[in-house]
Design a protein around this ligand. Structure first.
Ligand SMILES: NC(=O)c1ccc[n+]([C@@H]2O[C@H](COP(=O)([O-])OP(=O)(O)OC[C@H]3O[C@@H](n4cnc5c(N)ncnc54)[C@H](O)[C@@H]3O)[C@@H](O)[C@H]2O)c1
Length: 330
């Protein structure tokens, strides 16, 4: 279980793209704590400078400010690197519906640049963030790799295209690639602000500020909310996976199912608040239910998530309470 026991040779170097973002910064932190070298790459477009500065006191950490849309930047970032954990992308289904061209540039061209740079630099493993959105309108639950439906957004299309390119890079050039289809990740440093913020940090912040959150739709939609520690485990286990598992994509979730309305009332209770939500219109491109069958990752990556939703949400609430208090004092 977990990833603390995993060992890599001394001096192993990881490149984390999107290192100033939510998932990237958590990967950086965990790998540094395990004692390995990390290079972060980020253009600080949705990421935050403070997520870079947090780790500058580690001599085994370096940060490159740069854009994955530029091949030369990707080449420099991959120089001397053993493992690439590629997280840089623009997220959010609704924003991709507004900006399809930009999503193609960043999420597809950027990922292709990273694959090419990893190949030319002889990187050992290329692990990258895909998404549960690739299941599109497929109604079967739980979601299973190989049973994908019609895509519902430009964001989903970019992630599906990334998977196709990664599989080609494995088959044509022998680069070991592993696609991780994350399902609604949550945890510390996830941005609570802005129109496209994820629901858990947004609700926590609004409730702490005594604001009335808006639930899109009736709140009876369900998701396989996945705590960040499970995602870190998946990334590091993929670095240890066999070449036979390369060129494929894997569901990365806890394998549970939470209804948004229940989460809302759980948060109220945990935060000691009594605020009724506003029910808004459902969002275009959203699916009603999503939960994952994680048996493929269990079998092929030895992924064995140890953080249930309940345990994760407690840890996340504690972190936000502290972080938002600190912000208020400053
Ligand atoms: N958070 C989730 O629930 C979730 C679910 C499914 C998939 N994902 C995927 O996981 C990855 C990380 O997501 P996150 O939630 O940490 O998002 P995030 O926005 O917090 O982090 C993404 C980071 O990528 C950086 N970035 C964006 N465009 C870039 C570019 N052109 N060049 C260099 N850096 C760039 C941003 O500045 C940011 O720091 C993304 O690929 C996302 O699509 C996330």
């Amino acid at each position: 279980m977990g990833y603390q026991h995993l060992q890599f040779p001394e001096g192993t170097k990881f490149l984390v793209t999107g290192s100033a973002g939510f998932i990237g910064s958590n990967l950086v932190e965990s790998i540094l704590n395990l004692g390995y070298h990390v290079r972060g790459l980020d253009n600080l477009s949705t990421g935050k400078r403070k997520n870079v500065d947090l780790f500058l006191h580690y001599s085994s950490y370096e940060f490159m400010e740069g854009d994955i849309r530029d091949l030369e930047t990707c080449m420099k970032a991959c120089d001397g690197v053993d493992y690439v954990l590629h997280q840089a992308a623009w997220g959010s289904v609704p924003r991709s519906i507004e900006l399809p061209l930009l999503y193609e540039e960043i999420n597809v061209k950027g990922t292709l640049n990273m694959l090419e740079a990893a190949r030319q630099n002889g990187v050992k493993k290329f692990v990258y963030a895909s998404s549960s959105s690739v299941y599109g309108d497929e109604p079967t639950l739980p979601k299973q790799e190989g049973r994908e439906g019609k895509l519902l957004s430009p964001y989903a299309l970019t992630k599906k295209t990334d998977e196709e390119y990664a599989m080609l890079y494995t088959n044509l050039y022998g680069l070991d690639t592993y696609g991780l289809r994350y399902f609604n990740v949550f945890g510390k440093r996830q941005d609570p602000d802005g129109a496209y913020a994820a629901v858990i940090p947004k609700f926590i912040k609004q409730l702490l500020n005594n604001e009335q959150p808006v639930i899109n739709g009736d709140g009876k939609q369900s998701r396989d909310f996945t705590y960040i520690e499970n995602v870190i485990e998946a990334n590091l286990k993929a670095c240890k996976a066999s070449s036979e598992a390369a060129g494929q994509a894997f569901n990365i979730a806890f394998g549970g199912r939470e209804y948004l309305i229940d989460i809302y009332y759980d948060l109220l209770k945990a935060l000691g608040k009594d605020i009724e939500p506003i029910f808004g219109t459902p969002r275009t491109g959203d699916i009603r239910h999503s939960n994952a069958d994680i048996s493929k990752a269990r079998e092929m990556l030895e992924y064995d998530p140890e953080w249930s939703f309940e345990k994760g949400i407690e840890a996340a609430i504690d972190w936000y309470k502290e972080d938002l208090e600190v912000l208020k004092v400053v």
